[in-house]
Ligand binder design. Structure first.
Ligand SMILES: *Cc1c(COP(=O)(O)O)cnc(C)c1O
Length: 456
C-alpha cells in the first residue's frame, strides 16, 4: 500500500489564506513573504494567530518559548493574586495541533466537534485556520453561525435530531447532516427534503474509552437497504460516516471502518447515487501533545484511503473529512486548582493525607465520570517551599469542593503527592476535552474556574 495523494487539502491552504489575508493590504515588500510562507509558515502562522487574538481585544499573554508550564502558572497566580482555580489556555498549542493535523492528514478536512469544548476563542481561531465544524444541536450551530462561519462549513452530525433543530438548520442553510435509521429519514423528508445526507455506520469500538456504536450507527450490512429507502423518498444521500469511539487506542480500527465505508460506497454505486462522494472518518484521535498514537493512526488512515478510496467508484476523488474534538481541545487547557483544606491522615490507613481542591466532578472533573479519565496532578508550591534533598510522597486522596462523597478526583484510590500547604495549587495537564463543556459548575453554589489565555 502506497501513500494517498487525495486532493482535498484545505487545512494547509487555510494557513496560507490566513497569512495572505493578514498581509494583503500591506506593501509589496511584505507580500513577497507570501511565497516563502511554506518554509516560514509555522512562525508566521503563529504570529497571525496571536495578532488575531489581539485584534479581538481578548486579554492574551505571550509567553517566552523557554518558560515552563509551572512557572507560567505561578506567574498568573502572583500577578493576579489568585487563590481560586483557573484554566490557562494556550492557543499556541491549538495552532501546533492544527499544523500536525495538516501535516499528517492533508487530504482530510477537519470539522471540529464543538461539544468537546465550545470555548469561544478556541472556536474563533479554528474558524480562522479554516477548520470546519461538527455541531450536534441548534445551540452549537447557532454559536458557529454567529462566528460568521458559512453554513457549508458545518455538518449537523447527530443521527437522531430534534425537529426544531432540523427546522433551524434548514432556515440557516446547513444542509449536511447524518442519519442512521429509516424513521429519521421519514422525519427529514417532512422537514428538510433537500438536506444532504450522510449515513453513519457502526464500527468496532471495543478498544475505545468512550463507545458510541451501541447508541449510533447502522450495521454496514444493512446500508444498501436503508440507502434504498432514502432513494424511494427521493432524498439526497451524499456520503458515509463513522466514529471509532472517543479515546480510541487501536489505529487498526480506522482501517476496518474505512473498509466498511467502502462497501457502503459500492452499495451507493449499485443504486446509481451520483451525489455520493463524501467519506467522514469521525473523531477518536488522542489528545496528548506529540502522541505517537496519532502518527500511527494517520499512517493507517492514509494507507487505507489510498487502498480503498483512490477513486469513488465512478472516477472522482472522494471528499474526506473528519470530526476531531479531543485532538484539538485537550492539550490547550491546563487546570490549576487551589488546595483550600487539608486533612492529615485518612480513613484508609494506606493513604496518609487528604486534600480538598476547588474544582471537582460536578465541574471540570466530570471527565472522571463521563470520560473515564484518571487525572494526574503535579504540585505547584505557592506557599510552601520544597524540601531539600528530595520530596517524600504520600498516598493522597484529593476531593472536590461539593458535599457529595462522589466528588473524588482520585478514582483509583490515591495519587502520590508531597506534603503541601493550604494555598498551594495542583496542576492538571491536558484538561481541554470534555471538561468545562459538560460541567455543572453551579452545583452546591460552587463557581467554575477563571480562564486566562496565553500564547506559547
Ligand atoms: C463526540 C463526537 C466527536 C468527537 O470525538 P473525539 O473523540 O473527541 O474526537 C466527533 N463526532 C461525533 C459524531 C461525536 O459525537
Amino acid at each position: 500500500m502506497g501513500e494517498s495523494t487525495l486532493v482535498f487539502s484545505r487545512p494547509v491552504a487555510g494557513i496560507r489564506e490566513l497569512f495572505f489575508s493578514a498581509t494583503r493590504d500591506e506593501s509589496n515588500e511584505r507580500s513577497k513573504d507570501y511565497d516563502r510562507v511554506e518554509s516560514r509558515g509555522e512562525a508566521l502562522g503563529r504570529r497571525v494567530v496571536l495578532d488575531l487574538m489581539r485584534d479581538r481585544d481578548v486579554g492574551i499573554t505571550e509567553l517566552p518559548p523557554s518558560l515552563d508550564r509551572n512557572d507560567a502558572a505561578m506567574m498568573h497566580i502572583k500577578k493576579h493574586g489568585l487563590s481560586q482555580s483557573f484554566f490557562m489556555v494556550n492557543l499556541g498549542r491549538l495552532y501546533d495541533q492544527y499544523e500536525r493535523w495538516s501535516r499528517e492528514l492533508p487530504s482530510v478536512t477537519p470539522f471540529y466537534a464543538v461539544k468537546c469544548n465550545p470555548d469561544p476563542n478556541l472556536l474563533f481561531i479554528l474558524g480562522k485556520l479554516s477548520c470546519n465544524f461538527d455541531c450536534a444541536s441548534l445551540s452549537e450551530m447557532r454559536t458557529i453561525i454567529k462566528l460568521g462561519i458559512s453554513s457549508d462549513r458545518i455538518i449537523f452530525a447527530n443521527p437522531c435530531k430534534k425537529i426544531h433543530h432540523i427546522r433551524w438548520a434548514r432556515e440557516h442553510g446547513i444542509r449536511m447532516m447524518t442519519f442512521d435509521n429509516e424513521p429519521e429519514l421519514d422525519k427529514i423528508k417532512k422537514f428538510y427534503p433537500e438536506a444532504e445526507l450522510v449515513l453513519r455506520i457502526s464500527t468496532d469500538d471495543s478498544t475505545s474509552v468512550c463507545r458510541f456504536s451501541a447508541k449510533f450507527g447502522l450495521a454496514p450490512k444493512r446500508a444498501e437497504e436503508v440507502l434504498k429507502y432514502a432513494q424511494n423518498l427521493q432524498l439526497n444521500c451524499v456520503g458515509v460516516s463513522f466514529h471509532v469511539g472517543s479515546g480510541c487506542t487501536d489505529p487498526c480500527m480506522y482501517e476496518l471502518a474505512i473498509a466498511d465505508a467502502r462497501t457502503v460506497f459500492d452499495a451507493a454505486r449499485r443504486l446509481g447515487m451520483s451525489q455520493f462522494n463524501l467519506l467522514d472518518i469521525g473523531g477518536g484521535f488522542p489528545g496528548e501533545l506529540d502522541s505517537e498514537l496519532y502518527l500511527q493512526m494517520a499512517t493507517k488512515i492514509r494507507q487505507a484511503l489510498c487502498f480503498y478510496f483512490a477513486k469513488d467508484g465512478i472516477g472522482r476523488h472522494v471528499n474526506v473529512i473528519a470530526e476531531p474534538g479531543r485532538f484539538f481541545a485537550a492539550p490547550t487547557h491546563t487546570l490549576l486548582t487551589s488546595i483550600y483544606a487539608r486533612r492529615d491522615g485518612s480513613k484508609d490507613p494506606e493513604n496518609l493525607q487528604t486534600y480538598y481542591v476547588d474544582d471537582g466532578v460536578y465541574g471540570s472533573f466530570n471527565c472522571i465520570l463521563y470520560d473515564h479519565v484518571v487525572p494526574k496532578a503535579e504540585p505547584l508550591r505557592v506557599v510552601s517551599s520544597s524540601v531539600k534533598g528530595g520530596e517524600h510522597e504520600y498516598g493522597t486522596i484529593v476531593f472536590g469542593p461539593t458535599c457529595d462523597g462522589l466528588d473524588n478526583l482520585t478514582p483509583n484510590g490515591s495519587i502520590p503527592l508531597p506534603k503541601l500547604e493550604l494555598g498551594d495549587f495542583l496542576l492538571w495537564k491536558d484538561m481541554g476535552a470534555y471538561t468545562c463543556a459538560a460541567s455543572g459548575y453551579n452545583f452546591n453554589g460552587m463557581e467554575g474556574p477563571l480562564t486566562f489565555y496565553v500564547f506559547q
